[in-house]
Design a protein around this ligand. Sequence first.
Ligand code: AMP
Length: 428
Amino acid sequence: MSKANDDTRPVRGMRDLLGQDSAGFDTVVDTLRKVAQSHGYSHIETPILEFSSLFARSLGEDTDVVGKEMFSFIDRAGQSVSLRPEGTASVVRAIISNGLTQKLPQKLYYWGPMFRYDRPQKGRYRQFFQFGVENLGEGAPLSDVDIVSLAYNGLTRLGIKSKLFINSIGDQASRSAYKAKLVEYFSKYEKDLSEDSRRRLTTNPLRILDSKEANDIRLVATAPSISDFLTVEAAAFFERVLNGLGTLSIDFSIDRTLVRGLDYYDHTTFEFKADIDGQSLAIVGGGRYNGLVEQMGGPHVPAVGLAFGIDRIMLAYDASKLLAPPLIAVLFVAKGDEPMALELAQRLRKKFNVVFPVEGNLGKRMKQCNAAGASCALILGEDEIAKNFVTCKFLKDGPGYTSGLERAVSGDTLEEFLTQTCFSGPNT
Ligand code: AMP
């Protein structure tokens, strides 16, 4: 089979997660779930596939995500559907279609794969994972502070060094005044703008600030700043968000060009960036989107949310710090000892993680225990069964034991013994 047709390779921009990567993935998701729950958020699961028009209407026709990066296709019923490129649109759709706009606030978290047909590179994939949280129904600046602090708490708990960049793109009134000024400014340089930005001059001038083209970036650097166009209310709102972050001692830098890549934001926008292999990459992005629910056909519902980029967090996360939970192995010596060993493995699983290799001779099975990373092997033979004890052979060094050490342990106090040895100290 030629390489081009080799269907044992994953599709470009998509990858398998195995070994330490998948262990790191589990830790990141578990940690973020606990942090989201500690802020009062509960789980929502939405489909991976939605009508294409949902994303076009919510994220904006003119964004890169909708214009260039969607995985869209016509299904067997002739309808255009898309793999979700992000989670907020689906959560808003779910809130409306399940009538939850009558029960506000809704504080929801989700995680799962997202799809964007972008050019793959380190930290940018066509299938990537986000952990998102959405607060629908709360319009106070303290809710923005809560969302930002949730991101801060998650990253801190994972031991990831990052910097917070924050901006306000104001309310509708602030933005219309600002857009007019932007058009006036960029029109002077129309011929230097990229083709996309030239088009956006008439369709959506704010998007020019988000361009990745070098020439556009140069012009954006000296463009008028949104800060001069915020209404009194929008400026006061932003001030209260920043004061709240100050109260929590969360450091931030104001970045006046931070408009984010999707159209639905207003007021607060923010990103946490981390240094990944010498590159500064956004690992969390979010902001307020007070107009979206109404724009999608629901009532007016103020909202604020964020998404962690799990793949990039894994790149910033030191997986070598991962403390795998201790693993116990149960080994029978001869065929006749199998039932007792099977029972013992079942009993210990109430408290511990247990591997129970079943194929090959004792030596081969012992090797499997080592390969699985077991802390100790509990060996059950004729003698052990007759006298109600197990031989515990340590396979690793730990607090109070060394690899190779063997101890005879009474069957009656086995759990207590394991708790005090393998499960005490820094290993747990
Ligand atoms: P966004 O939905 O664009 O606001 O992105 C939120 C976060 O998701 C970003 O800060 C990234 O960490 C992550 N992210 C976005 N696109 C990708 C991608 N193509 N590959 C990996 N991570 C991504």
